[in-house]
Design a protein around this ligand. Structure first.
Ligand SMILES: [Zn+2]
Length: 144
């Protein structure tokens, strides 16, 4: 075995953890699309996921075409969490390559934690001004 290193990249809005053992997986900043389907129902496409291991490659035909994928497992408890796209045969599906699907039924979503270091930095620098957008009416468009 050896020592298990768990990476925690935090997350300002929401974080995603293993549904079994709550090992940190990713955060909502890495969320590419919330509209995917897995074998257990709704699934999300993530740019990056941490603390996972990958099974052998296999070819699967999905509703969006033929793909080469690897199942993604939790590094701590080895539960299946989803899969990673290694290769998409369809040109229109190439954007999914190297990205990870997490099945919502297999993970937990938790509130994120604001980074206190970022706030301190802003206070110390003292020169950061926050401009609120100026709206000329209520249609939500910024005045130019
Ligand atoms: Zn786990």
């Amino acid at each position: 075995m050896g020592r298990l290193y768990i990476i925690n990249c935090g997350g300002l809005n929401r974080i995603y953890v293993c549904g079994h053992c709550h090992t940190y997986l990713s955060n909502s900043e890495e969320l590419r699309s919330p509209d995917f389907r897995g074998s257990t129902g709704r699934a999300i496409l993530m740019d990056r996921v941490w603390n996972v291991e990958y099974n052998e490659v296999e070819t699967r035909t999905m509703t969006t075409g033929k793909h080469i994928v690897r199942d993604v497992l939790c590094i701590t408890c080895h539960s299946k969490l989803g899969w990673m796209y290694e290769y998409a045969f369809e040109e229109s599906q190439r954007y999914k390559e190297a990205k990870v699907i997490l099945e919502c039924a297999l993970i937990n979503e938790m509130p994120g934690i604001p980074d206190p270091l970022d706030q301190n930095k802003a206070v110390e620098m003292g020169e950061i001004t926050y401009e609120s957008p100026i709206y000329n009416n209520n249609d939500g468009k910024k005045a130019s």
